[in-house]
Design a protein around this ligand. Structure first.
Ligand code: XUL
Ligand code: CO
Length: 445
């Protein structure tokens, strides 16, 4: 056990290390499907899934919502200020060990409180980053990514890199500079940009072109600084369409890829795709993953889920097996996530306020993705949808179809073909049959 604040506290006393007990287990503190050492495909589940705990939801958030006060009961909350920050780190590493997760992720302001100046804020951060570095020496857990919180402090009221105020742009740059130094010190595998308030409320006061240009300038400076200090982690942008601003610039995967290409940033960035952000954008999670995958931008995943009845970011722990299966189907076809992982950007419900709920929630999410992995692997192994899709597009493997895909067709040759073939026949898309097959795999694999 580790020691901080001159005390030795076991923050999750009632919880032993979570072990795999198999699908018949009734123990809520055991994995039913996540068996880290089990090989699925060419890798173990641990390597395939690369789970990460999000520091902000699990150790910093208190259950406050727009209508009510904090509800979370956290044994580290008896401290405050820097002592609280240290206690959170201590509790975090204890939970990482009990869950046996390989990664974690944080925003700068999750781990250390702001001081009265940027200098003091950075000093606070240094103390906690050094402490984390020490913990990492004796722990197997690695930093999946860190990021800068450039949305909570009132200075970011009009955005950070897209603020109308150049002083704010400079402050944000200083913050990301420090974030990249932190990433380098802790050996982060990635660095994330989620555009917290990088968007606008009304065009009536917005120079949209300047804001987008500035956002790109900011990203280029980040890339340059990473090169300067030798930080080699992957840069990731996390799209989200709205909340907190009405129109977030990194709306969805397609919009973000287009932004990266337009500004010559595409070689430096991939995407961190979040399930609930996909649904807020009016897409499915698998749509966002597919769009990124087919264009070579699938970098990492924020594993959570939304509520189909609510129009905001509920950040629930992922338990929907359709979503986890179809997500893993994309990830496996991507050849994995590379330096990315499945980060639980998810919070226990406000009513799930006991500390043990944090463990139940992670166990639920890890099991849901483990099950999704196995089903997706079997679907791919059996080429269930691949064979059907191959056949469905068979017309492009011969004749006029082959001419089209090989670039030998023109509107002239296509017109001749159309004139020669007046009787077009189509085949059924068989959606219902395919969904039934998917059900069969989810239930029986
Ligand atoms: C907000 C969100 C963030 C990012 C990191 O919706 O998803 O927590 O993941 O800033
Ligand atoms: Co997220």
């Amino acid at each position: 056990m580790v020691q901080v604040n001159n005390n030795t506290i076991n923050y999750f006393e009632s919880v032993n290390k979570i072990l795999y007990e198999g699908k018949n287990s009734k123990n809520p503190l055991a994995f039913k499907y996540y068996n880290p050492e089990e090989v699925v495909g060419n890798k173990t589940m641990r390597e395939q899934l690369r789970f990460s705990v999000a520091f902000w939801h699990t150790f910093t958030a208190d259950g406050t919502d727009p209508f009510g006060a904090a509800t979370m009961q956290r044994s580290w909350d008896k401290y405050d200020g820097m002592d609280l920050a240290k206690a959170r780190v201590e509790a975090a590493f204890q939970l990482f060990e009990k869950l046996d997760v390989p990664f974690f992720a944080f925003h700068d302001r999750d781990i250390a409180p702001e001081g009265s100046s940027l200098k003091e804020t950075n000093e606070n951060l240094d103390i906690i980053v050094n402490m984390i570095k020490d913990y990492m020496k004796t722990s197997n857990v690695k930093l999946l990514w860190n990021t800068a919180n450039m949305f909570t402090n009132p200075r970011f009221v009009h955005g950070a890199a897209t603020s109308c105020n150049a002083d704010v742009f400079a402050y944000a740059a200083a913050q990301v500079k420090k974030g990249l130094e932190t990433a380098k010190v802790l050996g982060a595998e990635n660095y994330v940009f989620w555009g917290g308030r990088e968007g606008y409320e009304t065009l009536l006061n917005t120079n949209l072109k300047l804001e987008l240009d500035n956002l790109a300038r900011f990203m280029h400076m980040a890339v340059d600084y990473a090169k300067e200090i030798g930080f080699e982690g992957q840069f990731l942008i996390e799209p989200k369409p709205k909340e907190p601003t009405t129109h977030q610039y990194d709306t969805d995967a397609a919009t973000t890829i287009s932004f990266l290409r337009q500004y010559g940033l595409d070689q430096y960035f991939k995407l961190n795709l979040e399930a609930n952000h996909a649904t807020l954008a009016g897409h499915t999670f698998e749509h966002e993953l597919r769009i990124a995958r087919v264009q070579g931008f699938l970098g990492s995943v924020d594993a959570n889920q939304g509520d189909s009845l609510l129009g905001w970011d509920t950040d629930e722990f992922p338990t929907d097996l359709y979503a986890t299966t179809l997500a893993m189907y994309e990830i496996l076809q991507n050849g994995g996530l590379g330096s990315g992982g499945l980060n639980f950007d998810a919070k226990v419900r406000r009513g799930s306020f006991e500390q043990e709920d944090l463990v139940y929630a992670h166990v639920a999410g890890m099991d849901a993705f483990a099950r999704g992995l196995k089903v997706a692997h079997k679907l791919l192994e059996d080429r269930v949808f691949e064979n059907i899709i191959d056949e469905r597009y068979g017309s492009f493997k011969e004749g006029i179809g082959l001419e089209i895909v090989e670039g030998r067709a023109s509107f002239h040759t296509l017109e001749q073909h159309a004139l020669r073939n007046p009787n077009i026949t189509n085949k059924s898309g068989r959606q219902e049959q395919l969904k039934a097959i998917l059900n069969q795999y989810i239930l029986e694999v």
